[in-house]
Design a protein around this ligand. Sequence first.
Ligand code: ADP
Ligand code: GLC
Length: 478
Amino acid sequence: MSGNPKVLVVASEGMPFVKTGGLADVVGILPRSLRALGVDARVMMPKHAKIKYEYGDELETIATSSIHLGWREKYIGIQTLEKDGVTYYFIDNEDYFSGSVYRGGGVENEQYLFFCKAVCEALLLIDFDPDILHINDWHTGMIPLLVKTQYAQRYKKEKRLLFTIHNIEFQGKMGFDVMKDLLGVPDYYYTPKFVESRGCANMMKAALVFTDRISTVSPNYADEIMHAWFGLGMEGILSARRHELCGILNGIDTEAFDPETDLAAAAHFSAGNITNKRACKKALIAEFSLGVKLQTPIVSMVSRMTPQKGFDLVRYALEELLQEDVAFVALGSGDREYEEFFNYITLKYPAKSGLYLGYNEALAHRIYAGSDFLLMPSEFEPCGLSQMIAQRYGTLPIVRETGGLVDTVAPYNIFTGEGTGFAFSTFNAHDMMAAVKLALSVYKDKPTLRRLRKNAMLLDNSFMKSAEQYKALYKSML
Ligand code: ADP
Ligand code: GLC
């Protein structure tokens, strides 16, 4: 590994330990892929309750210490574990990490202000001295400021920082008094030039100002976030630093999501022999007790139920869609209004709709394997992994042309007959329905359907391409 930078990936969640969304997928697969490229990449994250219960016996404590958050003295423990060749460091403090991964509101801000400072302190305590700190999303946003101010004289060698934006919607906003009280950030920084945005102290803004380089998870989203509608207040700093901003498209874990070997799926299939996808579909129909024939197309969603994911369009149009010969399956959880809507739909259309409210990894695999189409009408989408996973299982995504969905789905072209999915551009329920109806008409045209499925399954969505770009980026930062 000599000659390559040493990298510490820092995030709030990561596979295989804790996952609430795609961030965890990326934090899971990135270090493993980097190691395959000869980069010593390790991971640091909070020791969430689930990690304590599932891996408690395997964790080794390497240091205990304390940090000051204002007048409060807070314990930090650093525990470690090696998994699949990657070393993980967990920040232990049960005041902050014994309950929900994200507690919401001011409590959540404090969870991650603590985490940022604990990471900076942990770098003094572990025997790994990274060249690059690759930090992710607002939960890690104060690390660059702390590294370059309070901790600047304390490290043996300079740290270079890469901040990756997975989702700009969540920024870690608070009153400046809170940031000042807990982290001792001086008044001087409370201006739009530093941590202030729209009247608040903002952890994402702090990251964007103090980090050395910025990346996001698709080239298209990198362009979009320089505009106000997508940038949500960050467009100014992003435009100013556009030469230090890049988009590296995510990939997926092609071993975990492999239709040829998937342990959760009812049967196995490949691009060369897709016959068994029918067996997966049959099992899905049975699992949700749907009263439809095997020939009826199944449209699914596997998603956090939030406005970002386009659930307002779905809520508007789903009953109209269910008048067609189609079944609809949803897996996810989130905003109450959407959950209640799906409860209503499953009560009204029990034979044609299936619902699982909650998080279920194995069921997600079975839905990807057994469905015909995956609906993802996102209002915005930094990258999106679900559409890539669906493609790998020959389940054609129906997406809105935004963010990474543009970079990963080639919309079916009625003139050439080619594509790897379906797309619509305006955020409008009727446009979405038109795309869904086009998909349903292609479903009846079996040669075209087979061709599109094969195109989708043969795409190389593996994370290795992404890891190569990250490696090149790290090297360019030294
Ligand atoms: P986001 O990170 O914005 O939620 P992505 O498409 O990038 O969206 O990633 C979502 C990931 O989470 C995918 O791996 C998807 O399969 C998974 N996922 C989403 N909701 C659920 C759920 N309820 N149960 C299991 N997996 C889920
Ligand atoms: C975020 C985004 C999603 C992206 C994921 C992983 O949660 O919403 O689009 O795929 O992070 O980068």
